[in-house]
Design a protein around this ligand. Structure first.
Ligand code: ZN
Length: 365
């Protein structure tokens, strides 16, 4: 979503970026208070610019009912009448309510959301397998499979018959689990899972996992012990959502560790906003780390993309710079565009003191 939006450009600076939480019945009120400063800022523009901003403010306010109907947890809007821009994105997590007026879209409001994770979910026992895909919107059923395992109690029969019955039952179960694995793999291939959640009685979990396709076995896995026959979808969704949150945290910790390790080993890193911006200008950033909601003001060149904490003219091309209250938002866009990775770390760490840092591809300066 972000890559396409980052290309939007309004040379006259009339591009409104807005993220708003979708609280039923309260969207219109939310929009009008969010848009008030934009309306005021618009008055300082030339006649055409001011008109463009007024028109967009009115259009966004008119859009309140559509936002209510759009569903999801929030919406992001990018509008510039002057430059023929009108982009609406439904958001699956509550965004921070925010507006911004500039030449380029302000995407931090969208970036700050944890991306909804996509999970394959299996609830299994020997007789049945229920499969879902869980994402930001909820649980979507893939299939319910059953296996004919006959009677579980052989009540007095012994020897050969019981042995045969048991073997057939085991085969039926294995066959069903393999089919479950195939169906999960199809869903994973159509859009990759971030994790696989497997709910079963404890003794069954390992048996089921043994039947999984290699590609599924390599995914982060969350096993949990439940009686598959008495678990509701709501309970299941909560388990998967918690597992996704834990996985995010693990990934955040891992990226901080990688950064500190690189720093400790004397490999090229930058610490703080100023040096990280310099590294971005040099296209040297492999991974940009930003501590949660940390912001710093700065300037950027709208013509060539150069960024810094201060400066009225771009040292590369001589253009006037554009002042930004949150230059890191644009830093993130630049890193993503040049093929690097951006991580907004949500766990408390040593990075908090400096706010931003980067792991570099090569040393600079
Ligand atoms: Zn420039």
């Amino acid at each position: 979503m972000i890559a396409g939006l980052a290309k939007l450009h309004s040379p006259g600076g009339t591009l409104i970026s807005l993220t708003v939480e979708r609280r039923p019945g309260a969207v219109r009120t939310g929009l009008s208070s969010l848009l008030r400063p934009i309306k005021e800022a618009g008055e300082a523009f030339d006649r055409d610019g001011a008109k463009s901003i007024r028109t967009d403010v009115a259009r966004i306010l008119d859009f309140a009912d559509d936002i209510e109907e759009l569903g999801g947890r929030g919406v992001a809007i990018f509008a510039s009448k002057q430059d023929d821009i009108w982009e609406v994105r439904r958001l699956e997590r509550e965004p921070i309510n925010r507006t911004h007026l500039s030449t380029r879209p302000y995407l931090r409001g969208v970036r700050v959301l944890p991306n909804p994770m996509r999970a394959g979910v299996a609830l299994v026992d020997h007789a049945a397998s229920r499969l879902w895909v869980a994402d930001g919107e909820g649980m979507h059923v893939i299939e319910k499979l059953t296996a004919d395992i006959g009677k579980s109690n052989y009540g007095g029969y012994e020897g050969y018959d019981e042995h045969t019955a048991q073997r057939r039952a085991d085969e039926a179960t294995t066959h069903m689990w393999k089919r479950a694995s195939e169906l999960l793999l199809v869903a994973h291939r159509s859009e990759p899972f971030d994790l696989l959640a497997i709910g079963a009685m404890e003794e069954t979990q390992g048996e089921f996992v043994d039947e999984l396709h290699d590609y599924l076995s390599r995914l982060p896995e969350h096993r949990f012990t439940v009686d598959p026959n008495t678990t509701s979808e709501t309970e299941l969704y909560r388990v998967v959502d918690d597992a996704a949150a834990a996985l995010r945290k693990t990934r955040d910790v891992a990226v901080i560790d990688a950064f500190l390790e690189a720093k400790g080993a004397g490999r090229p890193v930058t610490v703080g906003t100023k040096d990280s911006l310099e590294a971005i200008n040099a296209h040297a950033v492999e991974t940009l780390l930003v501590a949660g909601p940390f912001e710093r003001d700065g300037v950027r060149c709208d013509a060539c993309g150069w960024m810094s904490r201060v400066g009225e003219a771009c040292p590369l091309c001589g253009s006037d710079t554009v002042a930004e209250s949150d230059i890191l938002s644009y830093a993130m866009d630049a890193v993503t565009t040049s093929g690097g990775t951006v991580r907004q770390v949500r766990v408390a760490s040593q990075l908090d003191a400096d706010g931003a840092g980067a792991i570099l591809r090569f040393p600079i300066g």
